[in-house]
Write a protein that binds this ligand. Structure first.
Ligand code: PMP
Ligand code: GLN
Length: 381
């Protein structure tokens, strides 16, 4: 007999990063900033590392960080969260997703997913014995068809897993779309697992609105955040889940068997970071917005058709005009090997029958790195 995960491909992010390294390419594939987050946050981590304690923190997370997560929910969204019973600290949003799915999805349960989807969703739902029910959104607006969404719900639906703001589409769900999701969750008594790691990377003056803040959703939603994204420290892998105690309790049971806890100095530093004043968060979004525009202008000038981007640090583009063929995987291979620029094929974000006409570029890079990538693409095309 075979182990369950044989035959599963290595994640596209790792594959593209390896190729980027091997070909000395500018890596605009895997999503990570090329400047580390704030010095003062890293100083708190360094100081706490040296002063200690460096022993197991409480299983739910350092009380100070849980408090900071609750404060942040109040400050940005007006959500009242009890730090003692309604916050769980995890080793990144990835662990949080695994914990939530393990805790809330039983074999045979249907889980509604919006496709394209972040690459760990399908394997995790399937490994939990869940049955994924995919609802596809399409470019350029990636709008959710409310009829299709309704058709995906049934009495077998246990949960919807949504990513808002959404990777790789850079979409922010509209108020009407969120309302529709909330109505269906209530009607079918389903949970919502909300991956909101890009909550603070929303552009053009818009503000993130958590599904949890809608009427009737507070008691059925678990909301996942990531310090990696909010503080440009993706390697730290510090995440947090907020939700009602009746859901956080089983999710914490899963967490205790997966990692149990997360490095204490990083937790302390993230608690400090979350309390930064509003200008930190505004500057983060504004800075990224300028990079988005810089890269979008450059790609457009080269002949890519750049899709709208309201959030995250990704631009998705069509490449029809470029004469590189019509297969995103092949195009990414040619670009990384011959142009020296790594991107990610958007088909990697689909379960089956993926469209192949789009690739994703990550723009949270220094301006000169963006310019260098554009120059390489220009020289190649
Ligand atoms: N969800 C989405 C949509 C992501 O894009 C990512 C990674 N960038 C994660 C979860 C994982 O976050 P973390 O690094 O905190 O595990
Ligand atoms: N979320 C990042 C991306 O979309 C990748 C994270 C990872 O490599 N696991 O690029």
């Amino acid at each position: 007999t075979n182990p369950v995960f044989t035959g599963i491909e290595t994640t596209v992010f790792e594959t593209m990063s390896r190729l980027a390294k091997a070909h000395n390419a500018v890596n605009l594939g895997q999503g990570f900033p090329d400047v580390d987050g704030p010095d003062d946050i890293r100083e708190v981590a360094a100081r706490t590392l040296m002063d200690g304690p460096n022993q197991y923190p409480p299983m739910l997370g350092l009380p100070d960080l849980r408090e900071a997560v609750a404060e942040s929910n109040r400050r940005f969204y007006g959500l009242e969260i009890d730090a003692q019973s309604e916050v769980l600290v995890t080793s990144g949003a990835t662990e949080a997703l695994a914990d939530c799915i393990m805790a809330l999805v039983s074999p045979g349960d249907e889980v509604v997913l919006v496709e394209p989807l972040y690459d760990c969703y399908l394997p995790l739902v399937r490994r939990a014995g869940g049955i994924p029910v995919r609802v596809r959104v399409s470019p350029p607006e990636w709008q959710l068809d409310t009829q299709k969404l309704r058709a995906a719900f049934s009495e077998r639906t246990k949960a919807i897993l949504i990513n808002n703001p959404m990777n790789p589409t850079a979409k922010v769900f509209s108020a009407a779309e969120l309302q529709c999701i909330a109505d269906l969750c209530r009607e079918f008594d389903a949970y919502a697992i909300c991956d909101e790691v890009y909550e603070h990377l929303v552009f053009d003056g818009a503000a993130h609105r958590p599904l949890m803040a809608l009427d009737g959703m507070r008691e059925r939603t678990v909301r996942i955040g990531s310090a990696g994204k909010t503080f440009s420290l993706t390697g730290w892998k510090v995440g947090y889940v907020t939700g009602p105690a009746r859901l956080i309790d089983p999710v914490a049971k899963a967490h205790q068997w997966v990692t149990f806890t997360t490095p204490p100095n990083l937790q302390q530093a993230v608690a400090y970071g979350l309390r930064k004043d509003d200008s930190y968060y505004q500057d983060l979004a504004r800075d990224l917005e300028a990079k988005r525009d810089r890269m979008a202008r450059g790609l457009q000038a080269l002949g890519f058709s750049v899709l709208p981007c309201s959030a995250t640090y990704f631009l998705t583009c069509g490449f029809e005009e470029l004469g590189l063929g019509d297969n995103d995987v092949d195009v990414c291979e040619v670009l990384v090997k011959q142009a020296g620029v790594a991107a990610v094929p958007v088909s990697a974000f689909y379960g089956a029958d993926a469209p192949t006409g789009y690739i994703r570029f990550c723009f949270c890079k220094k301006d000169w790195v963006i310019d260098e990538a554009l120059a390489r693409l220009s020289a190649f095309l």
